[in-house]
Design a protein around this ligand. Structure first.
Ligand SMILES: Nc1nc2c(c(=O)[nH]1)N[C@H]1C(S)=C(S)[C@@H](COP(=O)(O)OP(=O)(O)OC[C@H]3O[C@@H](n4cnc5c(=O)[nH]c(N)nc54)[C@H](O)[C@@H]3O)O[C@H]1N2
Ligand SMILES: Nc1nc2c(c(=O)[nH]1)N[C@H]1C(S)=C(S)[C@@H](COP(=O)(O)OP(=O)(O)OC[C@H]3O[C@@H](n4cnc5c(=O)[nH]c(N)nc54)[C@H](O)[C@@H]3O)O[C@H]1N2
Ligand code: SF4
Ligand SMILES: [Mo]
Length: 716
């Protein structure tokens, strides 16, 4: 992409933030090597030449005055714990990379020898979703050392396992095909905030007469723009989906031919759905029975009908069942047969990178353990740091924590336990990030990381089917280094003899693509990708995304039965309900605890941050100022507590307490309140919404249940 004779170079990168859209990004670099402009790639069919508001001002992040530039070590005697924003550097001293790497390697080796290698815990998620940056050299390093493995459940595991239990592979309706739909359901999906590149497809469909229905307890911008906003009560989607099935079957609106050919367990599902009358469903969801019926009829009789279900739906205790039930709807009506019909939760299953080569799980056999290490659930970090190891069957206590691509002191549930754990004086902690965060306040070593402008990587997506190459556009500032570089260096310092610790990013890209001698990928579904082509064009559609790709229009389906599974023998074998059924969350208005804590809290993401990323940048904060540090309440709920707009209130439950400002919002269902995820250190008392969330897990996949949280609110 670079044109060598012009004083300005344009480099193709790909946005690696944790967002389904994985945009193609063109970075203009001047003669001094400084990025001066960034734009969405107009040639990328999903990016369509525009970027979201967060990344349009990305140079604010790249050139932020508070970027970490050098490795740092905690000064002797400075205790771990929250530091006021802007004063973090006083707790640390600058050291060289040589010193940092040697000291960290020595300490990890010592911890491993004293307590066993599983006392080392890596903690990472999707700070970068780049194929290499997300999981490659880091995995090699921790496998070879024998560290505990991390079960990366914090985001999508309940929904992912739910989808796979029905379809066997995480693929769905192509994003571009939503423009052909006549009816679009956004189900637990904040499209305007979290998936903006789907919006133009929806607008195009609506210009052709399509209707948009949003099912979300919160009136997002997407909901406000919809033809019908269904403000469902949190955690009741299983009931709604089964109620829709009930009506469809009662009225004979199902597609019998498709069902016979493509599905497994229809009779069992039909029997289950019989219990979910519109009246019962209305009682749980807060809709009327007539609304349940209308939704069912409209969904079953409009074609093509597309569902954009997103992960909001599954961050509740019954989220696995919810995602399963919703995922089954297009199979009941045969919506998959139509171009622009079906459903999309994720497209990530289309990308078959060679993970064995990248992550080298075989290296565990060369660790002192000489076996697969224990798995620690990242959604239980509080427990892992405070309780794990007290029972000898658990294996050792965690004595070293290595955080990268994540900010657990902000984003992990049950923050009081997480912070107690992070503050343990006997815990050795390293954090690799681009900024001081809530988590670096607990680090022994802080290491500077790179943005996607500053390293080369491959990029997949979970909201489209284009593989991309993200080329390094600029030099990293100061001594910032990529994840690949860091873990390669550590592997070498610690003395691992395997040559794979010396692989460069370019070599690892070849491994991820499993290139043959002619530069063609040999990964299934990626055979059309040639490295030189990828270098030249920046993005290439996956082989199966032909003009008209209808993922489940015909079989076979990669499930055990070869069909779309309504009834799952695998779940039955695991002792779980083989069919979706509504079980009210233990933290919901239906539970005993609701007497003490009667309000259901939505501890939501921000449209202008990505989880906790961007929250340190003044321009981004300004865009979020309206709802920042607010608790949004229905006027009835506020009046019942004599709370008026703008008053300071305490939001609390058994786990924690938070001071926020009341903001009345009549569009919320009564009994539901909403607040935003933010860096704790911006709040009085260095606490955020996650002091209120629990470590209770989802019914499938061991995911977090942020959206099943009961609280009470009182005037301060
Ligand atoms: N701007 C921005 N973009 C992002 C992110 C971000 O933080 N900011 N985060 C990224 C990440 S990590 C992810 S996983 C994706 C997530 O993208 P989404 O899946 O869209 O994530 P959420 O915003 O958690 O949830 C979507 C909606 O579900 C609603 N919801 C909550 N509980 C329920 C429920 O019980 N039932 C129903 N029907 N709806 C419910 C919420 O109010 C929310 O508006 O977005 C990514 N993109
Ligand atoms: N209350 C509440 N809690 C939530 C959620 C919610 O909706 N509400 N959402 C949950 C969800 S869906 C998710 S996915 C998790 C997300 O949790 P995390 O994955 O921890 O996401 P971020 O908060 O964005 O933190 C990512 C960190 O990685 C850093 N980073 C970026 N690029 C790199 C890199 O190349 N190398 C290194 N070493 N670091 C890098 C960023 O600067 C940032 O500090 O949060 C969960 N927590
Ligand atoms: S955050 Fe999402 S929408 Fe914004 S540029 Fe990155 S991939 Fe695109
Ligand atoms: Mo996520």
């Amino acid at each position: 992409m670079a044109s060598s004779c012009s004083p300005l170079r344009v480099v193709h990168t790909a946005c690696s933030h944790d967002c389904p859209d994985s945009c193609g990004v063109l970075v203009t670099v001047n003669q001094e090597g400084r990025a001066v402009k960034i734009a969405g790639d107009p040639a990328h069919p999903v990016t369509n030449g525009f970027l979201c508001g967060k990344v349009a001002r990305y140079l604010d992040r790249v050139y932020a005055p508070d970027r970490l530039l050098y490795p740092l070590r905690r000064k002797a005697g400075v205790p771990k714990g929250p530091l006021p924003r802007g004063q973090e550097s006083q707790a640390f001293e600058r050291i060289s990379w040589d010193e940092a790497l040697d000291a960290i390697a020595a300490r990890l080796r010592a911890v491993s020898e004293q307590y066993g290698p599983e006392s080392i815990l890596p903690y990472s998620y999707a700070g970068t979703t780049g194929v290499l940056g997300y999981g490659s050299m880091d995995r090699r390093f921790f496998h070879r050392i024998g560290a505990s493995r991390l079960d990366r459940t914090i985001c999508a595991e309940a929904g992912g396992q739910a989808w796979n239990s029905v379809y066997g592979v995480k693929i769905g309706t192509p994003t571009e095909d939503f423009r052909h739909a006549r009816l679009i359901l956004a189900w637990g999906a904040n499209i305007h905030g979290n998936n903006i590149h789907l919006w133009p497809m929806i607008e195009q469909a609506r210009r052709n007469g399509a209707r948009l229905i949003v099912i979300d307890p919160y009136r997002t911008r997407t909901a406000a723009l919809a033809d019908w906003h269904i403000a469902i009560r949190p955690g009741t989607d299983v009931a709604l989906a089964l109620g829709i099935m009930h009506v469809i079957l009662r009225e004979g609106l199902e597609d019998r031919a498709y069902l016979a050919l493509m599905t497994h367990g229809f009779d069992e599902l039909a029997a289950r759905a019989r219990d979910y009358t519109p009246e019962r469903v209305a009682h749980w969801t807060g809709l009327t029975a007539a609304e349940v019926e209308q939704l069912a009829r409209e969904y079953a009789t409009t074609h093509p009908a597309a569902i954009r279900m997103n992960y909001g739906l599954q961050r509740v205790e019954n989220g696995g069942a919810a995602a399963r039930a919703v995922a089954m709807l297009p199979a009941l009506t045969g919506a998959w047969k139509h171009r622009g019909g079906g459903a999309q939760l994720s497209t990530s299953g289309g990308f078959k990178w060679n993970k064995q080569a990248l992550e080298r799980p075989d290296l565990q056999m060369f660790s002192p353990l000489a076996r697969e290490a224990r798995l620690v659930n990242m959604s239980l970090l509080g427990q892992a740091l405070t309780e794990l190891g007290s029972d000898p069957h658990d294996g050792p206590r965690v004595h070293a924590l290595f955080v990268y691509n994540s900010n657990p002191a902000t984003i992990a549930p049950n923050q009081p336990a997480v912070r107690r754990g992070l503050a343990r004086p006997d815990l050795f902690a390293v954090v690799h990030d681009l900024f001081f965060t809530d988590t670096t306040d607990y680090a022994d070593f802080v290491l500077p990381a790179t943005t996607f402008h500053e390293h080369t990587d491959l990029q997949g997506a979970y909201g489209h089917y284009y593989a991309q190459l993200s080329q390094q556009a600029i030099e990293p500032p100061g001594e910032a280094r990529s994840n690949v570089w860091l873990f390669g260096q550590l592997g070498q310092r610690i003395g691992f003899p395997e040559p794979c610790f010396r692989d460069t990013a370019e070599e690892m890209i070849r491994q991820a693509l499993a290139l043959d001698d002619h530069g063609h990928s040999t990964n299934p579904g990626m055979e059309n990708i040639r490295i030189d082509d990828l270098q030249a064009r920046g993005h290439i559609p996956l082989a199966f995304q032909t003009e008209d790709f209808r993922p489940f229009a015909c079989g076979p389906v990669p499930t055990p039965s070869g069909k779309i599974e309504f009834y799952s023998e695998s779940l039955a074998a695991a002792g779980l309900d083989p069919l979706p059924g509504f079980v009210p969350p233990a933290e919901s208005r239906w539970s005993q605890n609701a007497k003490r804590y009667p309000l259901e809290l939505l501890p939501r993401k921000n449209d202008n941050y990505v989880n906790s990323t961007f929250a340190n940048l003044p321009g981004h904060r300004k865009m979020e100022a309206r709802t920042s540090q607010r608790i949004e309440m229905h006027p009835q709920d506020a009046a019942a507590r004599s709370i008026a707009e703008g008053e300071t209130v305490r939001v609390y439950n058994d786990r924690g307490s938070l001071t926020l400002t009341a903001m009345l919002n009549p569009s919320l269902p009564a009994g539901v309140v909403a607040a935003r995820l933010d860096w704790a250190k911006f709040h009085p008392g260095a606490a955020n919404v996650n002091v209120l969330t629990s470590e209770r897990l989802t019914d499938l996949g061991g995911g977090p249940t942020f959206y099943s949280t009961l609280v009470e609110v009182e005037k301060e």
